[in-house]
Design a protein around this ligand. Sequence first.
Ligand code: HEM
Length: 471
Amino acid sequence: MYNSMDMINSSAVSSSIALVFIAAVITKVAWGRITADPASRNTLPHPPAVSGSSVIPLLHTLVTKGFRAMLQEQYTKFGSVFTISFLGMKTTFLVGPEVSAHFYQGPESEISHGSFLEFTVPMLGKDVGYGVDIATRTEQNRFYLDVLKPAKLRCHVAPMLQEVEKYFAKWGQQGTVDLKQELEQLLMLISARCLLGKEVREKMFGEVFSAFHELTENSLQLTSLLFPYAPTLTTRRRDRASARLSSIFAEIVRSRKSSNRVEEDVLQNLIGSKYKDGRPTTEAEGKHTSTATSTWTGARLLSHTECLEAALEEQQQIVKKHGDNIDYDTLLEMSFLHCCIKEALRMHPPAPIFLRKVHKNFTVRTREGYEYEIPKGHTIASPLVINHNIPYIYKDLDVYDPHRFGPGREEDRVGGKFTYNAFSGGRHACPGEAYAYMQVKVIWSHLLRNFELKLVSPFPRDRLAKACPRT
Ligand code: HEM
């Protein structure tokens, strides 16, 4: 499975956000003026806009206080819909659930990813994702949804647990670890086992790990994001790693097919998937980004005694009921741990902003009742860094408070289905959500049950906010 957002580590995400403006300039230079569609003019006003010299203070805030502060200022000033016009490129920000429905569920002919994900084509190959036409991509997404649906996830719990137990057994009695590095390694091992299969896990883990590392490192460099086809050293390294991974997986698929061997991994399910016209799938790529989520969950829990105690208490209750045994149903009972992960994702979403291109004018109505027309040609942005920090939805929004999602509060439902967007929503909702929660829960339930952990370094800085967030 692939997902561009998934593959972008937090540092690359922050640099790519800073790049939105640079990309805007380049797009403008390359394609000229955005043209208005005279046929669709109506009486509704366009959103309030920051343009010309008023962009300068905004850039100043971006540099001195960070991306979130810059958007927050505009949101406070203009409300939930505003346009930033920079050197001819118009980006309209849609903040909050009331104005987000069309962004997430508008038809592809009206709202699409445009060329924002072009850099994923040489990274993942021309046969998947944004390398194929929309109809094939929709079918591929159906395969992912099918193989990652909860009913098919049960069989992954036992192998995940084995990997987790084996990995942490190496930690010994006491010591200091770099949690992010450790979780990254472990999650790669879990992916190798559950998604990519036995061959990778047992025989070629080192080879796949280094090719995967080389692929992501070089694909997410500034130059590769902006100029994915430029003949640079990074794009050459990216292409070499991509070709290596493709040939490894093609070989595994061929070997399984020719020997009629069937395994219990996601790769096998994808091999078994067929397009509507009967064509079989050829190969699949598997990736994950749960590292950031599990690291932030840990950093937040370890800095918040009350939450840590509540999470431990939940584990003790579950052990009392089921003993040490963990299976799919036991994981579902870990509702407080679930909320801890969800709250870490609210505060530190790995994909902090989504961008789309508008192909047909549409209108939005704000909570206060203002209506605006968003014209064709605009880029639209759904900024999670603000969506997840709206005061009328999230109480004490700077405080890490997993209880906000618990019974009786359920703040993620206050504004309807687009209130909480860590896994996106609508048409491009992440099909890996249940799998992601499952693996982070397997890891953290094991750590909570078996180790006493203390954060010895300062609380990690979120690259999107200059100031260190409160816990
Ligand atoms: C905590 C972990 C994860 C987070 C926060 C996350 C988040 C997201 C988000 C925000 C999107 C949509 C981006 C957009 O709207 O432009 C997405 C798409 C996707 N994710 Fe995830 N994801 C996670 C883990 C996973 C895992 C583990 C898998 C697979 C095993 C996966 C597979 C996918 C796929 C295939 C898509 C593309 C869907 C489409 O374009 O319709 N994700 N993910």
